[in-house]
Ligand binder design. Structure first.
Ligand code: 13P
Ligand code: SF4
Length: 316
């Protein structure tokens, strides 16, 4: 595998990436949690649903996914004939890791008459054990598409699951997983911040704990949070999600103030360490070498694709 040491320091990485993209008919899909520079070179920036819809319809030969492993894997599941590359294979996800397939299979077997809905932040093996995938932007719609008399398992995020139970009134069995970034926000610090910014609206991602969500003026996916802030008449916002989203917010509304919510410790833990493994250097090498590539066992891919296709059909 390539290392950053091979890069000629005189290269203009922005130019080189643009050249390689054209030469190789490649597209760069980036999640909002990527660094500002990466968002700026991307062809498409979006939340998990938009990224999977984009992966399904692109005409590019190569998809470079500036995000984490489950996102690139989802792109490969949907677009098997395309080469899908991920700048750093170690870019995982604590939420996806909190749901190992063997343990989930045993959990599912204990609830045989349940429809399984899984948040897209899970592995292909979990998607293969799932009836319908969802993202934070369509989760409510997906739950509501299931007949009222059907019992539901929701995996792997207990916070999003608890939020959906409250919103939809459905009594779902929840897998006990969580995201390390969204669980780290401090309620005490958020309340102090709110006191200092009385006019600010609190915008939160549903992966946060209920105690945080109880103090939010708006709860939604990264795209929904961004759109809400842009159309709101308010000028100040406390943003309770990964810090990468602030780049697009500040770019689109330079007259508004976006304040990142404080984490528990004095650290940068509202930066996702997995998302932040991607760098411009790694993106350049990944495009140049067309590696690391997502390779999936075909039987697993086919098994996982049905649950994503159902989600895409419901979300049209
Ligand atoms: P969305 O962008 O779909 O809101 O997902 C957030 C997230 O945690 C991605 O890892
Ligand atoms: Fe996973 Fe959380 Fe990072 Fe998203 S922010 S990739 S859910 S660890």
């Amino acid at each position: 595998m390539s290392t950053g040491l091979e890069i000629d320091p005189r290269l203009d990485l922005f130019e080189e990436i643009a050249r390689l993209k054209k030469e190789k008919n490649a597209v760069i899909l980036a999640h909002y949690y990527q660094d500002a520079d990466i968002q700026d070179i991307a062809d498409f920036i979006g939340d998990s649903l938009q990224l999977s819809q984009e992966a399904a319809k692109t005409n590019a030969s190569i998809i470079l996914f500036a995000g984490v492993h489950f996102m690139a894997e989802t792109a490969k599941i949907i677009s098997p004939t395309k080469k899908v590359i991920l700048p750093d294979m170690a870019a995982g996800c604590s939420l996806a890791d909190s749901c190992p397939p063997e343990a989930f299979k045993a959990f599912k077997d204990k609830h045989p008459d349940h429809v399984v809905v899984s948040y897209i932040n899970c592995s292909a093996a979990i998607k293969a054990l799932t009836d319908i995938v969802c993202t934070s932007s369509n989760a409510e719609k997906i739950i509501e598409s299931i007949p009222k008399d059907k019992k539901i398992i929701f995996a792997p995020d207990r916070n999003l699951g608890a939020y959906l139970k409250k919103k939809t009134g459905r009594d779902m069995v929840l897998w006990d997983g969580a995201c390390m970034v969204h669980e780290i926000f401090s309620l005490e610090k958020l309340l102090r911040l709110k006191e200092r910014h009385l006019a600010a609206e609190v915008l939160a991602h549903p992966e946060c704990e209920a105690a945080i969500l109880d103090h939010a003026d708006f709860i939604g996916s990264t795209t929904a949070i961004l759109n809400y802030a842009l159309q709101s008449e308010k000028k100040q916002f406390i943003v309770v999600t990964e810090s990468g989203i602030l780049h697009q917010m500040r770019k689109a509304a330079p007259d508004k103030e976006f304040i990142p919510a404080p984490p528990n410790a004095n650290c940068a833990c509202n930066d996702c360490p997995h998302m932040k493994l991607n760098t411009l250097e790694k993106i350049y090498l990944c495009l140049r070498d067309e590696s690391p590539e997502i390779i999936l066992d075909e039987a697993l891919r086919v098994a996982a694709s049905a649950s994503i296709e159902r989600m895409l059909a419901i979300s049209k």
